[in-house]
Design a protein around this ligand. Sequence first.
Ligand code: GRF
Length: 277
Amino acid sequence: MEGVSMKGDRALRVAVLVSGGGTNLQALLDRQAAGTLAAEIVVVAADRSDAFGLVRAERAGVPAHVVDYAHYLKSPFDELPPLPSGVDLEALDARQRILETTDRARRLERLKRLVLAEEALINALEEYRPDVVCLAGFMRLVSPHFIKHFNREGRRRILNIHPALLPAFPGQHGYEDTFAYGCKWGGITVHFVDEGEDTGPIIAQAVYPLWPGDSVDDVRRRGLELEYLVYAQCLNWLAAGEIRLEKDEEPSGRLRAMITDPRYRTILEEWAAKAFS
Ligand code: GRF
């Protein structure tokens, strides 16, 4: 029995966002089919039409949508539609921590493009009324527009899976970075998404050893096996109300996620055993 604690809770309605192969999506679909996931994947969306995750969704009978981000990010700026009414670009810019250019005009243009893509994505997803949005190899940063839409009623509803032990190695090359630094342990992280890149409250992490002679592919394979376990478990914890957010004291003032599942220690032991198997 893999380390997934479930408790028969109401299934969360989950939207999964992908950009590529979608093996995390597949792992969630498989657990849903096996009845070990307290979640129903109600829609899959991708930012590009060639994402293989779309095929996985269709094979599983899950509606799949494409929002062509390249169109919004690359079309001539003056050909783009206006922002939806009520969207205050300046206010979004003040909150976002993903666009680093100090050139304000360029930043606002880029933000507008992103918000337009996100608006199309929100419209596609909302048809299926998801409770939660899971980024699973979705190679796009999300703006405060997207976050504000889904984090309604004071609830965090956007999760991401990251291929490193955050806050080490944010960005897109977690396994390559872990390998290149000669790390002796690697890790994976599931976290809530906030306005920065890979900076949101950490829900769960698992670690694995790197052995002499490992290739980067060995490292990725070992890490991915853990990703599948941990992402499913985090959804089950979310469905069961087993994730509590606490605000840390100043000076950090950060939100910290605590797992209240009494099986927490056993589950971590199972993850550790898996990492050595
Ligand atoms: C995973 O390593 C995940 O951590 C990262 O992107 C990769 C996606 O892989 N965010 P897949 O598309 O699920 O196979």
